[in-house]
Design a protein around this ligand. Structure first.
Ligand code: FAD
Length: 482
């Protein structure tokens, strides 16, 4: 049984949509072939969730924006073929009315499926559904040679399939993907549980990851917030089809702010749609930097502009013009270092990391999100040998992790240099057996980076699929911000 996106109505539309998509694929390959062969290629995209400041583009951009939308859904197999440039906002808008969602829906609306697969993504379902690329069954990729290949876990291009996650577009562009879906219910019921220490929270995460339940209730989603060493919360949530006695679900898209509700409410119910975007409205809590949480400002701020991509545009403007930096200098304040990172720490070292972080950095709140890679095709979580399933981000299947996210700035201490705090975090993460996502600033030297991010697996694939170096390398992109 198949259905197509709600903008389409019948089988003939399915075929029309598929034909239109095939035309877009052919046009993408033709546009790539027309680019000057001696210049590096970059993706021309209207939105981005990359935080590092990139050098001004000199290379021509490849516009793949036609590759958007749900092309086809198989409701029985619970799979969908989707364009690589489809945002999660569009995916949810098209799938949710039919009772489905992707297995992991990253929190920011404008993250695209191609971006989340090549740049990784995480969400409160990750403790049971892993990372977005783990629910990809097949991808068509435009490679550096200009070919469009179909990569699957076992086929001729299995090497590309395995190394694509965390390659950040340095091996090719995902034009479309077949992904697994899960059934959704209309509402999500939430419980916010307070802990006096992160160590106590860590123990409960471990238990929930084992039993997928807490205090007798099923748990479908888990994430957490640390407000201070003695005040942290887990939000344990589950799909539900009723309002549990309420007249209406809560609404955090206007005056009320979701992260504040965690401290004041023990239970809550949101629509599935609002739950999925609960963190987007205020960019977690980062909208406070723009005044959007001051009641007088919030009342004037149009609701539809309380969105992460709006804040992102403000940050992009600041990166270009450095207005705040100039004001700080004028006021005699020290310059600030940007500390915007997500790191994966083994679960049993999470409390150690957070206590080091709160002492040494310190930024709060901090976001926590438990994660474990999905079992292999035999349903096994053990890793035979030392071969990580996704070599460019070598998490182990048999290890439980917690993603720790912190997004702010700290003053550069006297005698210190911009980047020192980020470097200290990189060292601490490695010492604890963790990994750092690469969407933001990174400071590794080339040899360390090669060791930590699977260079031995990456190099032969880069040579095979991008022999002329049309795309910047992963190191150039992630550390040198090209
Ligand atoms: C403040 C902040 C918070 C974040 N929080 C989360 C979070 O909570 N959960 C989460 O999952 N992620 C989070 N991210 C990370 C985000 O998921 C990744 O940065 C992701 O790669 C962004 O996807 P995008 O579609 O916006 O891609 P872009 O930012 O446009 O591009 C990212 C990289 O991917 C490449 N790329 C984009 N599309 C494709 C494609 N189709 N094929 C191949 N390469 C492509 C680009 O060339 C670029 O190198 C966060 C990022 C920031 C800045």
């Amino acid at each position: 049984m198949t259905f197509v996106s709600p903008v389409l109505t019948g089988p003939s539309d399915t075929h029309a949509r598929a034909r239109q998509h095939e035309r877009a694929v052919a046009e993408a390959a033709a546009a790539y072939a027309a680019l000057p062969p001696d210049q590096p290629v970059r993706l021309a995209k209207r939105t981005s969730n990359l935080f590092r400041t990139r050098a001004a583009a000199t290379a021509p951009g490849l516009d793949l924006s036609a590759l958007q939308g749900v092309i086809e859904v198989d409701a029985v197999a619970r799979t969908a073929r989707v364009g690589g440039l489809t945002t999660y906002e569009q995916l949810v808008d098209e799938l949710l009315p039919h009772g489905f969602v992707p297995l992991v829906v990253p929190q920011l609306r404008t993250i695209t499926i191609g971006g989340a697969v090549t740049g990784l993504g995480i969400e409160a379902a990750s403790f049971r559904n892993g990372l977005p690329h783990e629910s990809v069954l097949e991808m068509r990729i435009l490679t550096g040679t200009g070919e469009v290949v179909t990569a699957t876990p076992d086929g001729e291009h299995a090497d590309l399939f395995r190394t694509f996650p965390n390659s950040y577009g340095s091996l090719g562009y995902a034009l479309d993907l077949v992904i697994e879906l899960e059934p959704a219910l209309p509402y999500v019921s939430l419980r916010h549980v307070r802990f006096p220490s992160v160590a106590a929270l860590q123990d409960v995460v471990d238990a929930v990851m084992t039993t997928r339940a807490h205090a007798g209730e099923r748990v479908d989603f888990v994430d957490g917030v640390v407000f201070s060493a003695t005040e942290s919360y887990l939000t344990l949530a589950r799909w539900t089809d009723d309002l549990e006695g309420r007249v209406r679900p809560s609404d955090y898209t206007g005056d009320d702010i979701f992260y504040r509700s965690i401290q004041t409410r023990r239970r809550d119910v949101l629509t599935a749609h609002d739950y999925l975007w609960r963190w987007d409205t205020d960019w977690f809590w980062c909208s406070r930097a723009f005044g959007a949480q001051v009641p007088a400002v919030r009342r004037l701020w149009p609701r539809h502009l309380l969105r992460s991509d709006v804040y992102w545009r403000i940050v992009a403007l600041e990166n270009r013009h450095h207005v705040m930096g100039r004001i700080d200098r004028w006021r005699g304040r020290p310059p600030n270092e940007r500390v915007v990172q997500d790191v994966e720490i083994p679960l049993h070292r999470t409390a150690d990391f957070v206590s080091w972080f709160l002492r040494e950095v310190p930024i709060e709140p901090i976001w926590l999100c438990p994660i474990q890679l999905r079992p292999d095709t035999h349903g096994r979580h053990d890793d035979p040998g030392d071969d990580p399933p996704w070599p460019l981000y070598p998490m182990r299947r048999d290890e439980r992790y917690v993603n720790v996210g912190f997004w702010s700035t700290v003053p550069v201490a006297p005698g210190a240099a911009d980047g020192d705090v980020n470097r200290a975090i990189e060292r601490q993460v490695t010492d604890l057996g963790g990994h750092k996502s690469l969407y933001s600033d990174a400071y590794y030297d080339e040899a360390t980076f090669a060791r930590l991010y699977g260079d031995a697996a990456y190099r032969p694939v880069k040579r095979r699929y991008d022999p002329d170096g049309r795309f910047a390398t992963l190191y150039e992109k992630a550390v040198q911000a090209r």
